[in-house]
Design a protein around this ligand. Structure first.
Ligand code: PEP
Ligand code: MG
Length: 324
């Protein structure tokens, strides 16, 4: 089986009927790239930049960040690298910075809410990202976007940083794509409007499920509510994908669900463009997609959306996959 999967390493991802998709990797550090390339990634769909901040005793400087981002972009050699801006707060703490105490940190001062309020910290990161964009194909992605206003503010700040770099004669890729995570239901249900401003979306199902089900993703007492293929979640994903496509934007997914064998047929059927996951899941995902027909899976997804429970959806998928 492992040998069979190896055959998929250097093949582009295609469904049985020839639709092109991307299988990409989630990474947390530039050191992950060797294994990512070894497993045939067609890009990095999510670089969680917070690890640069967490494995440190100070906010990383612009220069320190630039070195890391440049390394990843260069090693990926023209393949897209989506780097997410600082997603700190919630469960992710820093030894050198004290966040205000809150009753519900997952619903509090974190991610884009924090960086929009701390432009000094944000500036170092955005400048480092822009500078690294000159060395390959880089996408900048904002986490935890809840409103169009937040996205516009973040994007305007990138424009401000570009103008600074222009003045200083420092090069960057003028075509750098600026996108957002869709991981809060308010963004999913209004995706068509967000898509007017964002170059791309990446669906963060880990948080999207948490916030839709109102179930803490870290709590062992409510794990039964973590239901990626519950029809309610599938409908949010459908709205996100359809909304993006009305504006000709591409949509990826970088939550755990993207690498879930039960979910892949549904996601293909819903029209997802890029699947980003841990390096070890990529070849299996490419192999699964190669056996699936996009019209058949569209029909499957349509049926799944009409069901009532996750259990029913899983049964439907299991029957569908039986003869694949
Ligand atoms: C997500 O929320 O699905 C996601 C990919 O981001 P994280 O797991 O880092 O919150
Ligand atoms: Mg998240």
């Amino acid at each position: 089986l492992i040998a069979e999967l190896k055959n998929f390493k250097d093949q582009p991802t295609k469904s049985k009927d020839g639709q092109s998709k991307l299988i990409e990797a989630n990474i947390g550090s530039p050191n992950d790239i060797d294994s990512v390339l070894d497993n045939g990634a067609e890009g990095v769909g999510l670089f969680r930049s917070e690890f640069l901040y967490m494995d440190n005793d100070h906010f990383p400087t612009e220069e320190e960040q630039f070195v890391s981002y440049k390394k990843v972009v260069e090693q990926m050699n023209g393949k897209i690298v989506v780097i997410r801006t600082l997603d700190i707060g919630g469960d992710k703490k820093l030894s050198y910075f004290e966040f205000p105490h809150e009753m519900n940190p997952f619903l509090g001062y974190r991610a884009i809410r924090f960086t929009l309020n701390r432009k000094d910290i944000f500036r170092d990161q955005i400048r480092a990202l822009l500078r690294a964009s000159a060395f390959g194909k880089l996408g900048i992605m904002f986490p935890m976007i809840a409103t169009i206003d937040e996205f516009k503010k973040a994007k305007a700040f990138v424009e401000e940083c570009k103008a600074e770099l222009d003045k200083e004669n420092i090069k960057y890729d003028k075509g750098v794509q600026i996108g957002m995570m869709v991981e809060i239901p308010s963004a999913a249900v209004n995706a068509d409007k967000f898509a007017k401003y964002a170059d791309f979306f990446s669906i963060g199902t880990n948080d999207l499920i948490q916030y839709s089900m109102a179930a803490d993703r870290m709590s062992e007492n409510v794990t039964y509510l973590y239901q990626p293929t519950n029809p309610s979640i599938l409908r949010l994903i459908k709205m996100t994908i359809d909304g993006a496509h009305t504006q000709n934007r591409w949509v990826g997914m970088c939550g755990e669900m993207a690498g879930d064998a039960n979910a892949i047929p549904l996601l293909l059927g819903l029209g997802l463009d890029a699947f980003s996951m841990s390096a070890t899941s990529m070849l299996r995902a490419r192999s699964i997609i190669s056996k699936l027909d996009s019209k058949e899976t569209a029909n499957l997804a349509e049926q799944a959306l009409q069901l009532e429970t996750e259990e029913q959806v899983l049964e439907l998928v299991s029957k569908f996959m039986d003869n694949k």
